[in-house]
Design a protein around this ligand. Structure first.
Ligand SMILES: *Cc1c(COP(=O)(O)O)cnc(C)c1O
Length: 394
C-alpha cells in the first residue's frame, strides 16, 4: 500500500487556472442555461468529403494495416515535399528532411526530448501555446520566456535576444500566424531570426499550425537562406482541413533535427495510421477549392467579433489570420476573474490570457469555432450583460 504520486515533472507544469470557469460552465449547463463557447480553438466545420472518401478507400487496403515507418509513409513524405515546392518554392528531400507526426502537438512536445539536454535553455514565446513549456519541462530543459509585446505586434523583440544571453539558448520556438494573438510575422522577422540562430547555433522550431489561415499568404521560415542549417517547421492538417481529431501533421527542415526526432519517435510510438496519412495528403489536391471558403468563414466571424468588442469600447488587436481574437481586459481585473464574470453574466465562454503565460495577463482570447450567428449572438449577449461596469471597479 502506497500513495501513487505523479512524477515531479508533472508537478512542475504550471497550475491549471480554469477550474473555476469549468465549474461555472458545468453549472450553467446543468441548469439548462445557454452557453456560447468561444473558449476552445477546435474547428466546428467538417473535414472535406474527398478526404473522408480517401480514408474509406485507404482503410480497406490491408497493406496499410501494418506498422507504418516511423518517419511516415514514403507517399506522405513525398506529398509534403511536393507541397513545400508548390507553395513556397522550397525543395525538401523526403528521405531526410520530412517526417510525419501524430498531430503537430506530438512533434512540438517531443522536440525538446529529442534535442535538448537537461539544463539547456529553451526560449519560449509568452503568451504562447502551452505545449512549448510542457515539452521543455518534460525534457528537463530550462525555459526562458520571451515577452510578445503589443507595441511590437506580438512579435518577440529579436534585438533583445543577444543582450539577454541568446548564446546560451539551445532551442527557440516561434509561432506565426500566432495563437493566441492572431498576429502574423513578416519575412524580415524570419531573416533576422535565422541570422541570429546561425550566429549562436540555436535550433529554431517554427510552429506553422495556422500557416494557411492568414489573410495574406505567409512565408515559410524555410524560404530564408540558410534556414535549413538551423530550423525546422512543424505543420498540421488540423486547422487547415478541420482535422483536429485525426492526429496528423509533419515536421520539415534540418536533417539532423528531423533524424533525432524520428529516432525518438521510433522508440515511443509507431507512427500515424497509414490510411490517415493517405487521406490527409488528399488535402493538398483540394486546397485551392477548399481554402478560400474556409478563410472567408473565419474572416467574417473575426470581423463580427472585432467590431462587436470595439463597439463595447474594448481594445482589440487586429488579427492577421487564425480564428482567434485577442483583446485587452477592461479596467484592472485579472483575466481569470474577468472571463468568469463574462461567463456568469452572458453565458459566453472566453479564455483568460494568463492561461498562455504571464504576459498574457490583462488579455482574453475568443476562439471563433462557432457559426457566425453564434458569434453575433455572443456579441449581443455581451452588450446586454452591460458588463463593462467591471471598469468602474464593481
Ligand atoms: C492547434 C495548434 C497546434 C496543434 O495542432 P495539432 O492538432 O496537434 O496538429 C499546434 N500549435 C498551435 C499554436 C495550435 O494552436
Amino acid at each position: 500500500m502506497f500513495d501513487v504520486k505523479p512524477a515531479d515533472r508533472l508537478a512542475a507544469l504550471p497550475p491549471y487556472l480554469f477550474a473555476e470557469i469549468d465549474r461555472k460552465k458545468e453549472r450553467r449547463r446543468a441548469k439548462g442555461l445557454e452557453i456560447i463557447d468561444l473558449g476552445v480553438g477546435d474547428p466546428d466545420l467538417p473535414t472535406p468529403a474527398p478526404i473522408l472518401d480517401r480514408l474509406a478507400e485507404a482503410a480497406a487496403d490491408s497493406r496499410l494495416h501494418r506498422y507504418p515507418p516511423s518517419a511516415g509513409l514514403t507517399a506522405f513524405r513525398e506529398a509534403v515535399a511536393a507541397w513545400y515546392l508548390r507553395r513556397y518554392g522550397v525543395t525538401l528531400d523526403p528521405e531526410t528532411e520530412v517526417t510525419n507526426l501524430i498531430g503537430s502537438k506530438e512533434g512540438i512536445g517531443h522536440v525538446p526530448l529529442a534535442l535538448v539536454n537537461p539544463g539547456e535553455e529553451v526560449w519560449i514565446p509568452d503568451p504562447g501555446y502551452p505545449v512549448y513549456l510542457s515539452g521543455t519541462i518534460f525534457a528537463g530543459g530550462a525555459p526562458r520566456f520571451m515577452p510578445l509585446r503589443h507595441d511590437l505586434g506580438f512579435l518577440p523583440d529579436l534585438e533583445a535576444l543577444e543582450p539577454n544571453g541568446f548564446d546560451r539558448a539551445r532551442l527557440i520556438y516561434v509561432n506565426y500566424p500566432n495563437n493566441p494573438t492572431g498576429a502574423v510575422a513578416p519575412r524580415s522577422f524570419y531573416e533576422r531570426l535565422i541570422q541570429l540562430a546561425r550566429r549562436h547555433r540555436v535550433l529554431v522550431v517554427a510552429d506553422a499550425a495556422y500557416a494557411e489561415l492568414a489573410d495574406s499568404p505567409q512565408p515559410s521560415i524555410l524560404e530564408i537562406d540558410g534556414a535549413r542549417e538551423v530550423a525546422i517547421e512543424i505543420g498540421s492538417f488540423s486547422k487547415t482541413f478541420n482535422m483536429t481529431g485525426w492526429r496528423v501533421g509533419w515536421a520539415v527542415g534540418n536533417a539532423a533535427a528531423i533524424r533525432a526526432l524520428v529516432s525518438l519517435k521510433s522508440n515511443l510510438d509507431s507512427g500515424c495510421f497509414g490510411a490517415v496519412q493517405m487521406a490527409a495528403i488528399r488535402g493538398f489536391d483540394l486546397i485551392d477549392e477548399h481554402l478560400p471558403g474556409l478563410k472567408r468563414t473565419y474572416a467574417e466571424r473575426r470581423q463580427v467579433a472585432v467590431a462587436g468588442l470595439r463597439e463595447l469600447g474594448l481594445e482589440v488587436f487586429p488579427p492577421g489570420g487564425t480564428f482567434y481574437v485577442w483583446a485587452r481586459v477592461p479596467g484592472d481585473l485579472r483575466s481569470v476573474e474577468f472571463c468568469a464574470r463574462v461567463l456568469d453574466s452572458s453565458g459566453v465562454v472566453t479564455t483568460p490570457g494568463v492561461g498562455f503565460g504571464r504576459n498574457g495577463e490583462g488579455y482574453f482570447r475568443l476562439a471563433l469555432c462557432s457559426e457566425v450567428a453564434a458569434v453575433k449572438k455572443a456579441m449581443a449577449l455581451l452588450a446586454e450583460a452591460g458588463l463593462w461596469a467591471a471598469r468602474s471597479g464593481s
